[in-house]
Every structure is written in structure tokens, then in C-alpha cells.
Design a protein around this ligand. Structure first.
Ligand SMILES: Cc1ncc(COP(=O)(O)O)c(C=O)c1O
Length: 471
């Protein structure tokens, strides 16, 4: 029987790998100076790429050309000028690690089939747990992103703190809590009434006094407030909750504290970040996104919990056809700690860059982002008519122009569009309650977390914002 074309021979595979490298290595260099967004023609590129049922194969070269076109017509999330949403770095060494992982395709769901590959993920989780300040009982796992990590945290807290009949359980969130938490609560089976919003202070932080009052009121009503979701860097404005004070309230009232640090968690590597996140180690669980704070390509989130036993209690099951579960504390069956059975070998793509560069390189990079965000915020604050609505506690801040205009939101949306139009930086906005009076306002935001964002990028951002400023 001849070899299936699905399994390319060695020269073919080598040639394909070389083609990808030959295209993408120069592209990564070029991309630094190309416009950060090129969405014109995106629809045409999508149509050119779309096809009916492909019963027969298409030549490799033709497909590569389609990929070139797809790549050209998109937001360049890997560009230095991408300061939108929460930037994704696309760390090249993580992509190389992923290629390795996918080519060898180890089964890392259980310890037995690939102990050393599972160990990579265990090490990564232990390093993150140590960074957060958790003790030796800690555990966790890598997931596809922050949304999944928040979902697993909610489910784990529910099993740990509520009876089987959990519908009177209440999850306390802040005004700026990421919407993935509401989605996770819904997926976990909680009714809409289970989410109760705790008021914020003038810096968009959940008020600890209001949290305590809300817990007492809910208990008086016969409900079960069991989980508090705090934020270590909100997506819209970058606010960091007073984690120590919230931990105090949770400890007093026996509530599980989950900290959503999807955006901000890895700043705990830095001195400034550690100060801002003080108290994070008192949480029961923390979400962090390596595909944000460690600059990885999209697809890697992390959940760490103070007690691995809680994750096991919420997830462990057993299939009779599988090897006997591991009872060794250093040999984790990852399937028992989360919802997935078969999964990609996520450990390698975090482990390899960390071992290759060391945490020091990531700390330095994050320190640079913190410094760049401050420079940008100071320059924006100095612009006539501009108010900083949210200071850069970490690397994200929000602002708005408030000169004379009939419709301020419209003027600010125009400012955003005109700045982006220049092609050197790409920013996004958000509508948030004005801390002065609670009325909804549109703000522009800058989030500095791109792997390649550098001083020249921030100079360009400031110059373009200044040149297009309304008024
Ligand atoms: C604070 C916060 N939590 C959760 C998420 C969701 O993470 P993911 O997009 O990785 O699912 C985000 C995404 O930006 C976020 O900023």
C-alpha cells in the first residue's frame, strides 16, 4: 500500500516548514513598519479564500498565496502599534514550541502517557502559583483563555461552597467585571439573579464596605453569597481592585475569592505590579492569561487555585478504559483538574519560552510596558481639554476630550477613528459610567501590552492623538 498523502514524506514536510519560515520570518520584520490595521479588502480576501466543499485537494502554493492575502487584510495584533483591547504578542518562541508539540502530538491529559510533557505544565502552574503567592497545596491547569479559566473557577467554587441544589447561590461582581464572568455563570447553570453587582469607587474599584454590606443583606434575604469575583486589571479602564481589603471581607464572611487577572495578573512579576496587586495571594483562585501578560499567541489561559484538591473535587471522574488515576502529588492527571479529556499539550508553549529566556526577560518586558503606559498617560493628560478618566495603575488607561462640542461622545469617537486612520497605532474605546456622576461616557483607551511596543510607538501614538484632537 502506498503512503497516504496525508502523511507527507520527509522532503515535502521539510519544504513546507521552510516555506512557512521563509514567508513569516521576513513578514514579522516587515510588519513592524507596516500600517497596524488593513481592513479594506478584507471581505474580498475572505470571499477569495472561501470555497465550496473541497472534495479534491488544492496545490500548496495556491493555498500559501491565499494565506498571504488573508494575513494582509486584518488587524495586525502582533504589530508594535496595536494598543487596542488587550494586545496579543504572538511570541515567536511559543509558536515554535507549539509546532514541536503538534508534530509530536503527545497526550497530556493524563500523567501516564507523557509524564515529562505533563511535568512541563505542572512546572508552569507551580511557577505561576508561586508568583501569585500560593503555598505548596496549590494547583491549576492551562486552558484556552481567560473565559475558560473563569468558568472553571466558578464551577470549582460552586462545588466547594454550595450544596448540590445551588440555585440560591450568589456571585458578587464589580461594575467593571469582565463579561466572561456573566457568561461563565450562565454556562455553570446559575440564573441571571445569581449575579449581584457591588458598587465601585471613583477609581472603578469594587468597594469593600459595599461588598460587606451586600453580603449581609443577601444573607438576611436567605440567599447564599458564596463567591466574589475581583478584578486585577479591568479590560475597559485597567482598574485594579483593592484585593487585600476584599480578601479581608471574604475571609470574614466565608466567601470564595476569585481574582480575574486575565489582563493584569502577570504584572505580579514586577515590583510595581506586585504593589498594585497586593493581597492577590489571599485569593482562592486566580485567572491569568499567558496569551496576554506573557505575550503568547492566543489560546493559552491559566487558572491557579490555592488548593489543588478543590479542582479535583469539582472535576475528577474516571473512564474504565483509562489507566488508574495517579495518586502521586507530583504526577497530576490534568483531566481530573478541568473539563477536558483530550487537549493540546499546552505546557510546552509556555514552558519553553520561560526556560529559554527566564522570568527575568518577561519581568523586564512588563516593566517596559508599565513605563510606556505612564509616559503615554502623562502626555495625554497634558493635552488641552483632555481628562484622564482612569490612571494607568498597570499598563492601561482611559481618557476623553471634554472641550466644547454638542455631542462629546461623538467627538471622542471621531477622535478615535481619526487617530486610527493614520495607521501607526490602533486604539479602541469603551463606554463606562463616569466616576463623577455615573452617567455613561465614551472613553478612548490605550493598553500597552504588545510584545514589540516600544518608545517610538508611544511617540507616534501621542503625536497622532495630538494631531487629530478635537477642538
Ligand atoms: C479581565 C479579563 N477577563 C477575562 C477575559 C477573557 O479572556 P479570553 O479572551 O482569554 O477568554 C479578558 C479578555 O480580554 C479580560 O481582559
Amino acid at each position: 500500500m502506498s503512503r497516504t498523502p496525508l502523511d507527507p514524506d520527509a522532503p515535502t514536510l521539510r519544504a513546507r516548514l521552510r516555506d512557512v519560515a521563509d514567508r513569516l520570518v521576513p513578514w514579522l520584520e516587515r510588519m513592524r513598519t507596516e500600517p497596524v490595521a488593513r481592513l479594506d479588502g478584507g471581505r474580498r480576501a475572505a470571499e477569495a479564500l472561501g470555497s465550496e466543499w473541497p472534495e479534491e485537494g488544492t496545490p500548496w502554493r495556491h493555498l500559501l498565496a491565499l494565506l498571504d492575502r488573508a494575513l494582509a487584510t486584518s488587524l495586525h495584533t502582533t504589530s508594535p502599534g496595536y494598543l487596542a483591547y488587550v494586545p496579543g504578542g504572538g511570541l515567536p518562541d511559543a509558536a515554535v514550541a507549539q509546532l514541536y508539540a503538534d508534530l509530536v502530538n503527545r497526550f497530556t491529559t493524563l500523567w501516564m502517557p507523557a509524564p515529562a510533557f505533563v511535568r512541563m505544565e505542572i512546572d508552569v502552574i507551580r511557577w505561576i502559583a508561586a508568583m501569585v503567592g500560593f503555598g505548596p497545596e496549590a494547583g491549576g491547569l492551562l486552558l484556552s483563555g481567560g473565559s475558560m479559566a473563569n468558568l472553571v473557577a466558578i464551577h470549582t467554587a460552586r462545588v466547594a461552597r454550595l450544596p448540590e441544589d445551588f440555585l440560591d447561590g450568589v456571585i458578587l461582581v464589580g461594575e467593571q467585571t469582565h463579561h466572561s464572568v456573566a457568561k461563565a455563570a450562565r454556562i455553570a447553570g446559575f440564573p441571571a439573579r445569581a449575579l449581584v453587582v457591588v458598587p465601585s469607587d471613583e477609581r472603578f474599584r469594587m468597594r469593600p464596605d459595599a461588598l460587606a454590606d451586600t453580603i449581609v443583606r443577601l444573607r438576611d434575604e436567605g440567599r447564599r453569597p458564596f463567591l466574589v469575583v475581583a478584578s486585577a486589571g479591568t479590560t475597559a479602564v485597567g482598574a485594579v481592585d483593592a484585593l487585600d481589603a476584599l480578601a479581608e471581607v471574604c475571609a470574614r464572611h466565608g466567601a470564595w475569592l476569585h481574582v480575574d487577572g486575565a489582563y493584569g495578573g502577570f504584572f505580579a512579576l514586577t515590583e510595581r505590579g506586585r504593589a498594585a496587586l497586593a493581597g492577590i495571594g489571599r485569593a482562592d483562585s486566580v485567572t491569568l492569561d499567558p496569551h496576554k501578560g506573557l505575550f503568547l499567541p492566543y489560546g493559552t489561559g491559566a487558572l491557579v487555585v490555592a488548593r489543588r484538591a478543590d479542582l479535583r473535587a469539582a472535576h475528577a471522574t474516571h473512564g474504565s478504559y483509562l489507566p488508574a488515576p495517579s495518586t502521586d502529588d507530583d504526577a497530576w492527571d490534568l483531566a481530573d483538574l478541568g473539563p477536558e479529556l483530550s487537549r493540546d499539550a499546552r505546557g510546552l508553549r509556555v514552558w519553553l519560552p520561560l526556560r529559554l529566556h527566564g522570568f527575568a526577560a518577561f519581568r523586564d518586558a512588563l516593566d517596559d510596558k508599565l513605563a510606556l503606559a505612564r509616559i503615554a498617560a502623562d502626555a495625554v493628560r497634558a493635552m488641552p481639554g483632555v481628562r484622564l478618566v482612569s490612571e494607568p495603575v498597570l499598563s492601561l488607561f482611559a481618557f476623553r476630550w471634554e472641550g466644547r462640542a454638542e455631542d462629546l461622545d461623538r467627538a471622542n469617537r471621531r477622535w478615535l477613528a481619526d487617530t486610527n486612520q493614520r495607521g501607526r497605532v490602533f486604539l479602541t474605546g469603551a463606554t463606562v459610567p463616569d466616576p463623577r456622576d455615573g452617567r455613561p461616557i465614551f472613553v478612548l483607551r490605550v493598553c500597552v501590552l504588545g510584545l514589540r511596543t516600544e518608545p517610538a510607538t508611544i511617540e507616534a501614538a501621542i503625536a497622532d492623538l495630538d494631531a487629530t484632537r478635537p477642538g
